[in-house]
Design a protein around this ligand. Sequence first.
Ligand SMILES: [Zn+2]
Length: 170
Amino acid sequence: MEDVKKMTRANLEILSMVTVLKFRSPVKTDHYKSESCNVFCLDCRWCNEHYEEFYRQEGYHNPDRNYFAGGAKKLASPQNEGERESTLADILDLLKLHDCRRVNLGVHVNCGKYGKRFETPDEEIYFFQQELLKARQALLDYLRGKNCEAQIHMYLLDWEGMHEVKGPAL
Ligand SMILES: [Zn+2]
């Protein structure tokens, strides 16, 4: 038996590894339940502190953190249809895996992924609100098609804070 084990390991050609961080973590094989699936921009100006503050305030113990360049842009204005489809599929997988019933979609002013310039602050806010509405619609249509029930909330971050956008009821 021992020989078989050794042989299998040898056949897998395990590469050598250097431990860069040492810890002892309890083995948890059950998946956790998540209170929310958060699709936000990975920009450190917001994610280093403000998203975490938001999670604490909302009482999320296991917020799934889906940080992409542009955040909800992946659903509203993806670079191609494949990007939107794969993001939607990822969100659905997370909702199912973590028994989650809520998706928070986020965008922020001065987003480098959009790289847009605006004449006035209101014009910028209007643009990002419209992006959130587009993202919400794409997600809603997709989830309905998959018979998945989830609340969708929209958030816009500017220099004054993080604001929940109240769109028209769907
Ligand atoms: Zn951004």
